[in-house]
Design a protein around this ligand. Structure first.
Ligand code: HMG
Ligand code: MG
Length: 303
């Protein structure tokens, strides 16, 4: 049965997931500028930076400086991704409002991504939840929630178990990471059957990549289940350095177009997002890949 939410909270991931895999270093001021420009479109939640090893992901070495360049607006929430206690300390020192902690369904991906088995990373998450300052929001990411680039299809029951465990430990929200964009609505349906059986829908978010062009359809499935938290990336920027061939998150513009069509509130100006992302892509020699954004900008040009 359909249970569309009346409002969706988008978390904008372009400055983190969107940039982390790029070889050419994007200057710190340009990263802060991207967040500031996107905040002017109405976006308020940002998966802004990560506090990870600069050897593992050189592009994210300037997380604290990026945040220092952000002009805070009312209601703005800046998140930093943290793989361990060292990352948590750095994120707290940089003044984040929340952190994303990391595990995955598959050991192989998790070991390549954060040098820990799933079990080890769950223990790290437990420690972080014990140590985290009370006012910080903690989101738990479960990567490879449907498919792993190395191990193939994942067991929804196992993912639901990880999600439920994090909730029992006091996490504020669990985000299901479809890291390589291979899932179809049928996979997402099966995953949500298990997860929503054990975790309240208000605590579940989705983080879809769009490699196979399924992310809007997958987002629709999540909306029909009542999920009201979604990550997306302006212009469809993104990818994970440890998921070869995976492309960006679902484009923010494509999700906003879907939400508008369904009459779901979001508080963001879709054309402004498209303009900001297209300009950023042009400035940094990146491919702009939002279908809705391209169409909207083309129709405005013709007016
Ligand atoms: P490790 O080698 O096991 O770490 O890496 P270690 O504790 O042994 O330390 C090794 C070195 O790293 C030391 O420095 C530490 O200080 C440093 P050295 O003494 O050699 O100079 N170090 C750190 N530096 C800065 N910040 C830290 C930190 N921790 C250690 N937090 C580690 C383990 C987790 C650090 C590493 O594997 C890592 O940084 N991985 C991050 C990889 C990453 O960022 N991947 C992309 C994000 S995940 C993603 O995109 C998926 C998502 O979008 C959802 C989805 O799509 O599914 C969220
Ligand atoms: Mg991702």
């Amino acid at each position: 049965m359909s249970a569309l939410p009346s409002r969706v909270t988008i978390t904008e991931s372009s400055s983190r997931d969107g940039l982390q895999s790029l070889g050419a270093f994007v200057p710190t001021a340009a990263k802060s500028g991207l967040i500031n420009d996107l905040a002017a479109t109405g976006l308020r939640y940002f998966d802004a930076v990560s506090f990870v090893s600069p050897k593992a992901v050189p592009q994210m070495a300037d997380g604290a400086e990026v945040l220092a360049g952000v002009h805070r607006k009312d209601g703005m929430r800046l998140f930093g991704l943290v793989p361990n206690a060292q990352g948590l300390d750095a994120a707290v020192a940089a003044g984040v409002d929340g952190v994303g902690v990391l595990t995955a369904a598959s050991d192989t991906f998790n070991e390549r991504n954060i040098n820990a088995t799933v079990d080890e990373s769950m223990h790290r998450i437990r420690r972080i939840l014990l140590d985290v300052p009370e006012d910080l929001v903690v989101r738990g990411y479960i990567s490879t929630a449907t498919h792993c680039p190395y191990e193939g299809e994942q067991d929804p029951d196992w993912v639901a178990h990880l999600a439920e465990t994090m909730v029992e430990w006091g996490i504020h929200a669990v985000f299901l990471g479809e890291t390589i964009g291979r899932a179809t609505p049928a996979h997402v349906d099966r995953l949500l059957d298990e997860v929503l059986d054990r975790v309240p829908v208000e605590m579940v978010g989705v983080h879809f990549h769009d490699t196979y062009g399924q992310a809007v359809a997958n987002s629709h499935v999540a909306l029909q289940r009542g999920i009201a938290m979604m990550d997306s990336s302006a212009g469809g920027l993104g990818g994970c350095p440890y998921a070869p061939g995976a492309t960006g998150n679902v484009a923010t513009e494509d999700i906003l177009y879907l939400l508008d069509g369904l009459g779901i509130e979001h508080g963001i100006d879709i054309v402004d997002v498209a303009r900001v992302a297209q300009r950023f892509c042009a400035d940094h020699n990146l491919t702009y890949s939002s279908a809705a954004g391209r169409a909207l900008l083309a129709s405005r040009d013709g007016e």
